[in-house]
Design a protein around this ligand. Structure first.
Ligand SMILES: [Zn+2]
Ligand SMILES: [Zn+2]
Length: 763
């Protein structure tokens, strides 16, 4: 057959995952000559072969690609004939836009694990063993393309043996950027809490310190963990006291599935997630009787994960006990990624297990759960981010989306894809806002990205909104940045506001590639509405061109504004005033008992006059009110506490729901509260409250023949989500982005479309 020259371009996650050696091996198999290289868009192959073999090659690429790779597009063209002597992997070409995906950090692979415990292997016990199929990626990358010189491994010069593996296309470590060994790679250091290297950094020493009840800060992949022996109640108590974290559940790292089963009841899908290459924290039901109440006080769920680095694996293998492993961060601040950050926690840990490979990009552990056989991501970070998400349409402009204010993430959108950053955190402190800005810069730098549009939340007080305005202002002061870039009709970056709950629903639509109209239910904490009120119990018909708010929970007042978010008693009191007015002052129930008489009087006046009492339709706050009225929780010590405690009290054998009024698109919840107050069994009241919310969705949704889409932070509630999915098995939820505000940025990218349409119509 006639030989032709073809050029093939492959996009997707194809760099840093062993793609070029994979192509090289295929070239050997099919006796093909030519070259393969990385470029800024992905992988490029130029080859000589006949048309029949070429088809075989394309099929092999499609079906056999390496485990960490994913392919978005394969495009090819015929070139004029060139001749090659053999097949070569050639150096990276630098050019054009960067659209190659940054591979995420993944856990240690089976082969590396085998070598780690093989005393005859030269990397036996090496805590940083890695290969093309596993290990750190995103967390060590300064820039694309993904080559060693663009990572924090550039400071480690490979020894001869490592170098040989690195340059051999048939070796598992061919071009695996983070490789090293005992001789040439990163090394451990074990220090006390003032930074003195007191002990030799052996796994034995680390394990002994843990057995003695010490708390150790361990530098991992995307930051430090604070770890201690999970079977040592005193150590856990010490960690709680020092970290000022009285009750919030801790995650537990276990050696293997066997140890996981000693602590949790794990179903098939949960096991798949626990052992996946991403190795997230999986929140599962706790085994009864509970081994200890210290890990998750009063809560029968436990977050488990398996060791994802060789270092963690070595420690757990020797310790043979579970470990409490929680992110090392100061409350409201991002995860610590270097010793300087960690010093702020000096009083919390006893020792530091340090290593000398710099963490370039911080990244927390991911958290997932399974509800009705579906994966629900609660925190999308290590292992999952920054993987790109494909849109069901092509973007005309480059969009930077800044997310919300809590659990924030940012996103950049171009062509038909969105890169969503890992979980950044709440923007409640100067440190976290700085970290957030750094993340924006990182994404912009790595992808050589310049935004035409900045999409942001409508809330004027959100830090993300302020940053959006700052970014545009900065640009106005430095007009030179945008010179010569008027090709896409926009001379300067434009701001577009996207309503919070609309963005929630759009996020799911984008993830699921939905293009038509949907019926969206956004049950959420609070988000800024078009009328300046704090929405959060919204029923809206949505498509990419806009939304119509067809129904919502009728407004109630949040006494004390932001304070009401942490204090369920304030929301409950406000609803009691709505029901009984001044009579509340003499009423005796768990809510009124949580205040003194002076406070009650003050809040009554505030309620009457609407002083510092913004109106809200939030279902999240309604949950809080119920928790307070039933005496379950008056002031929360961590976000979501009231909902978790209500999950505990739900009894699936209870039937029935409370009536509510639904008229003119408004749902009056006061009758629900009246019903609950008349109930004298808390479990019955709570269970019926859950059913009431399901009934509410059923009633409002009934007249619409549209797909049902659920989003918003309230759907992190396992009981509620489970009940809604039972009633509406076809309801659509997101599986790769979180239902909470961590998914907002993706929705904002999609939400800019209707703003552009409005703009075009005006012109
Ligand atoms: Zn490996
Ligand atoms: Zn070496």
């Amino acid at each position: 057959m006639e030989l032709c020259t073809y050029k093939v371009n492959i996009t997707g996650t194809v760099q840093g995952v062993g793609f070029r050696p994979f192509i090289y091996a295929l070239a050997q198999r099919y006796l093909i000559t030519g070259t393969v290289s990385n470029n800024s868009k992905g992988v490029e192959i130029v080859l000589n072969t006949d048309s029949f073999t070429f088809k075989q090659l394309l099929t092999a690429i499609e079906y056999e690609y390496p485990p960490l790779a994913s392919i978005n597009t394969v495009k090819y063209e015929n070139l004029s004939y060139q001749s090659f002597d053999d097949f070569k992997i050639i150096e990276t070409k630098e050019a054009g836009d960067v659209t190659a995906n940054i591979p995420p950090d993944v856990s240690i692979c089976k082969e590396c694990e085998k070598e780690l415990f093989d005393s005859s292997n030269r990397r036996y016990g090496y805590p940083f063993i890695t290969c093309t199929h596993c290990g750190v990626r995103y967390s060590i990358i300064y820039d694309l393309p993904y080559d060693r010189v663009n990572t924090s491994m550039k400071f480690f010069k490979m020894c001869e043996v490592c170098e040989e593996e690195y340059i051999n296309p048939l070796d598992r470590r061919y071009h695996a950027q983070p490789i090293g060994c005992h001789d040439c790679g990163p090394k451990l250091e074990l220090m006390d809490n003032v930074g003195r290297g007191v002990l030799s950094p052996t796994i034995d020493n680390v394990v002994n310190l843990l057995k003695e009840g010490n708390i150790i800060a361990v530098k991992g992949v995307g930051g430090y963990h604070l770890i201690c022996d999970a079977t040592n109640e005193e150590a856990i108590q010490k960690l709680r006291e020092r970290k000022h974290r009285p009750t919030k559940p801790f995650a537990v790292m276990v050696r293997d599935m066997e140890m996981a089963r000693e602590l949790g009841e794990i179903n098939e899908l949960e096991e798949q997630l626990l052992t996946s290459k991403e190795k997230p924290i999986v929140v599962v039901g706790e085994r009864t009787p509970r081994p200890t109440d210290m890990i998750a006080p009063n809560i029968s769920r436990i977050g488990l994960f398996l060791p994802y680095t060789p270092l963690h694996l070595l420690i757990l293998d020797k310790l043979q006990r579970p470990l409490v492993a929680t992110s090392a961060n100061v409350t409201d601040e991002p995860i610590c990624t270097n010793l300087e950050d960690l010093e702020k926690l000096q009083g919390v840990y006893d020792y530091v297990l340090e290593h000398n490979r710099e963490i370039v990009n911080g990244c927390d552990d991911s958290v997932v759960m399974v509800v009705n056989e579906q994966q629900v991501i609660l925190r999308r970070a290590r292992g999952y981010a920054p993987v790109s998400i494909k849109l069901p349409f092509k973007l005309e402009h480059n969009v930077l989306a800044l997310g919300a204010n809590q659990k924030s993430t940012i996103a950049i959108g171009f062509d038909n894809q969105v890169i969503l950053s890992p979980h950044i955190g709440d923007l409640d402190s100067i440190g976290s806002v700085e970290y957030y800005k750094k993340n924006i810069k990182t994404l912009e730098r790595m992808y050589h990205f310049k935004a035409d549009i900045i999409a942001h939340d409508m809330h004027p007080q959100y830090e993300s909104t302020k940053v959006a305005k700052e970014l545009v202002l900065r640009q106005a002061q430095e007009p030179s940045i945008r010179q010569g870039e008027e090709a896409n009709n926009l001379s300067v970056t434009e701001l577009v506001e996207v309503q919070h709950h609309y963005a929630h629903i759009l996020g799911v639509m984008a993830e699921k590639q939905i293009t038509g109209k949907v019926f969206g239910v956004a049950f959420d904490g609070t988000g800024y509405g078009n009328d300046g009120k704090l929405w959060g119990g919204e029923f809206m018909i949505c498509d990419y061109e806009g939304y119509e708010r067809v129904a919502h929970i009728d407004y109630f007042k949040l006494l004390g504004g932001a304070k009401a978010i942490k204090e369920p008693r304030r929301v409950a009191l406000s609803l009691l005033f709505d029901l009984y007015g001044e009579e509340v002052l003499t009423l005796e129930n768990p809510t009124t008992q949580a205040f003194n008489p002076t406070e009650l009087r003050t809040y009554f006046i505030a309620w009457q006059k609407g002083l510092n009492a913004p109106e809200s339709s939030s279902v999240g706050r309604l949950f809080d009110a119920v928790a307070s009225l039933l005496g379950i929780c008056q002031v929360m010590s961590f976000e979501g506490e009231s909902g978790m405690m209500m999950e505990e009290l739900y009894d699936s054998s209870v039937v029935g729901y409370y009536s509510f009024r639904y008229k003119d698109g408004k749902i009056d919840v006061l009758p629900i509260l009246v019903g609950m107050l008349a109930e004298n069994d808390t479990t019955i009241a709570i269970s019926k409250f859950f059913h009431t919310l399901v009934e509410m969705i059923a009633v409002v949704y009934a007249p619409y023949d549209l797909p049902l889409v659920l989003s918003g932070g309230v759907f992190q509630n396992r009981v509620l989500l489970g009940l809604v999915l039972e009633r509406f098995p076809e309801a659509i939820i997101s599986n790769t982005i979180p239902p909470n505000d961590g998914g907002i940025a993706l929705g904002q990218v999609a939400g800019y479309l209707n703003k552009m349409k409005e703009k075009n119509e005006r012109e």
